[in-house]
Ligand binder design. Structure first.
Ligand SMILES: C[S@@+](CC[C@H](N)C(=O)[O-])C[C@H]1O[C@@H](n2cnc3c(N)ncnc32)[C@H](O)[C@@H]1O
Length: 237
């Protein structure tokens, strides 16, 4: 289930109802001693809920793929007993569970291991919705399009999306290629109105116009939005 990008105020009523009625709430984490980000959202919103930490490798990118699958398989094994006893398990994840989420991998492994388990997702507010909201960006209007691309391994998908001038471009996972992203948007005359939201709702949160952040990297939890190129007609006298 999705818990939003960071601000506990983004938890939906459906998410709260699911959390309070579940037999077991599972929070993915990288180490048993360290509270994960999704867990910290639940602690702030619903301190009475106990999250059970499930350690697994969530390393993003190609190099982490094998480790992620191994981790998801292990997570499915760990959950198998509870699920086969018919318990309701809520697995919390940042943003929405159907958008670039480790949840999908875990769900796949769970259904292999326990095919009778019913798996449902509860939508969550996505990071880019929070960026658009905090940045006062009207993302789409009329016949405009939306591209949601990633830029962890390079900016090819950003360049492809830039061919459509009437499209808003959301860039996930682009923190380490931020300088290249800025240069590319600038060349395409798309820097105006573009913003970067980093660690939103979490410690270290920031939201800045993209033209103010040249020559640096951002964290993995950074989202860039370039709004569509809108030609405003000058008023007719
Ligand atoms: C693995 S994806 C998770 C996406 C998430 N499931 C969603 O629905 O938004 C990770 C990417 O989401 C974005 N992201 C997630 N949480 C964020 C936050 N708190 N602030 C800014 N960007 C965030 C970043 O672009 C990050 O690289």
């Amino acid at each position: 289930m999705g818990v939003g990008p960071g601000d506990p105020g983004n938890l939906t009523l459906r998410a709260i109802n699911t959390l309070t009625s579940a037999d077991l709430v599972i929070a993915p984490c990288s180490s048993p001693e360290i509270e994960g980000r999704a867990e910290s959202i639940i602690r702030q919103a619903l301190p009475e809920i106990t999250c059970h930490r499930l350690v697994f490798d969530m390393s993003p990118g190609e190099t982490g793929t094998e480790a992620r699958v191994r981790g998801a398989r292990q997570a499915a094994n760990d959950l198998h007993r509870s699920l086969s006893e018919g318990r309701t398990v809520a697995f919390i994840t940042l943003g929405d569970p159907n958008i670039f989420s480790t949840f999908a991998l875990v769900a796949k492994e769970v259904s292999k291991l326990s095919p009778k388990t019913e798996i449902k997702t509860i939508p969550g507010i996505m990071a880019f919705q929070e960026v658009a909201s905090l940045g006062g960006i009207n993302l789409l209007d009329e016949t405009e399009k939306l591209f949601l691309v990633t830029a962890r391994e390079g900016i090819t998908d950003v360049e492809d999306a830039l061919r459509s001038t009437n499209a808003a471009i959301v860039i996930y996972k682009g923190g380490r290629n931020l300088v290249q992203i800025v240069e590319t948007l600038e060349k395409a005359n798309r820097l105006k109105g573009a913003v970067i939201g980093e660690m939103l709702g979490l410690d270290g949160e920031s939201l800045e116009p993209l033209d103010a952040v040249t020559a640096r990297k951002a964290s993995y939890l950074a989202t860039v939005i370039a709004p569509p190129l809108r030609i405003i007609e000058p008023p007719v006298d």
